[in-house]
Design a protein around this ligand. Structure first.
Ligand code: PLP
Length: 364
């Protein structure tokens, strides 16, 4: 029996989730965010699956943008943090990559360096998140400087990022949109503000381009975990039952003996651990799917294994039966919440070890 730990990625789910983004923002074009190795799902396979339906892709690493070009994708590709060095300007020109410009040194570099072909840029406006971007008052002058250099194509876009869109009741988002609109008021060019939470929760943030990320992978961007349309988790983290133990009342399970059997009972040992990306901080009680039933996790997570309470199962579980940490009957948001994190981090922290297996809808 193989260890059987793998991350099954449903390419059809990715496409369905992108359709959900389009349905939510029907007048906007879609820049699919595939940074951080497609949120841990695999950059090139994810982009390949979305190639027909996405209008553009967004990444943060030049190596990721170049990998997309090398894979034959001819879409618009946006570097969300722009160039990190002057050399990056030449990489952008060579790869026809678009640059988000957030800092005065980047403007100066574009003005001072003659590029073999002009690049498309987006001006990042700090509308209130105070991470990256120009002060709203300086946007007009940055725009003027960029229009005057031959290194930059005429159609300059405007982009901002929302800090609190994941909370539908937080008025900070409305204020950010007002600041953004005022900052690029009167200037031509496309605007983009919406992340997944903006796409699903804030129609006023849609503008010409939306930038969904986590929703494409099927997780809710909202603090309350509710997503509106049914998003389909694209990743299922799967393992197997490697042992069924019949333990006595009082027997401890796992490192540190942090959990003891309250009664004589069956305990399943599953071939998934923190070395496969399962969060070590998930507490006893976190749901795990075993033989198509949700059962509670017990004891500490090991590198290669975790344990589950099998008392609730009417069917008898056998070694070799399938277990699913998330993506089946357990949503990734549930595991994330139990472990004190968010689904974004669960996805991005899935290491290479559980092999990615890509399937089409209905595939095995
Ligand atoms: C990551 C990112 C997104 C996507 O955010 P989600 O919350 O995953 O939808 C959009 N815009 C920028 C600038 C980002 O860095």
């Amino acid at each position: 029996m193989s260890r059987g730990a793998e991350a099954r990625i449903d390419l059809g789910a990715l496409r369905a989730n992108l359709s959900a983004a389009r349905a939510a923002a029907p007048r906007s074009r879609v820049m699919a965010v595939v940074k951080s190795d497609g949120y841990g799902h695999g950059l090139v396979p994810v982009a390949g699956a979305l190639a027909e339906s996405a209008d553009a892709f967004a990444v943060t690493d030049f190596s990721e943008a170049e990998a997309l070009r090398a894979a034959g994708l001819r879409h618009r590709i946006v570097l969300l943090q722009g160039p990190y060095t002057v050399e990056d300007l030449h990489r952008a020109a060579a790869g026809n990559l678009e640059l988000v410009i957030h800092s005065q040194w980047q403007v100066a570099a574009l003005v001072e360096n003659r590029l073999p072909s002009p690049v498309t840029v987006w001006i990042k406006v700090d509308s209130g998140m105070h991470r990256l971007g120009f002060e709203p008052e300086s946007v007009q002058s940055v725009w003027r400087q960029l229009t005057e250099t031959s290194s930059v194509r005429a159609d300059i876009g405007f982009l901002t990022h929302l800090a609190c869109a994941d909370d539908r009741d937080d008025s900070a988002t409305r204020r950010q949109l007002e600041v953004f609109e005022a900052a690029c008021g009167g200037l031509p060019g496309p605007r983009s503000a919406a992340n997944s939470a903006g796409v699903l929760g804030w129609p006023a943030s849609h503008y010409e381009w939306v930038r969904p990320g986590v929703m494409l992978y099927g997780a809710s961007p909202f603090v309350d975990g509710h997503a509106g349309p049914d998003l389909q988790p694209a990743m299922a983290l799967e393992g197997r039952v490697v042992a069924v133990r019949h333990l006595r009342a009082g027997d401890p399970v796992g490192y540190g003996a942090t959990w003891r059997c309250p009664v004589d009972m069956p305990v399943g040992i599953v071939s998934l651990g923190y070395g496969d990306g399962y969060p070590r901080h998930a507490p006893s009680g976190t749901p795990v799917e075993v033989a198509e039933v949700r059962v509670p996790l017990v004891g500490r997570i090991s590198m290669d294994m975790l344990a589950v309470d099998l008392r609730g199962l009417s069917v008898s579980v056998r070694e070799g039966d399938q277990a699913v940490a998330w993506g089946g009957k357990v949503r990734p948001e549930e595991v994330a919440k139990a472990a004190g994190t968010i689904a974004y981090e669960l996805f991005c922290r899935t290491p290479p070890r559980p092999q990615r297996r890509y399937v089409e809808p209905g595939g095995g």
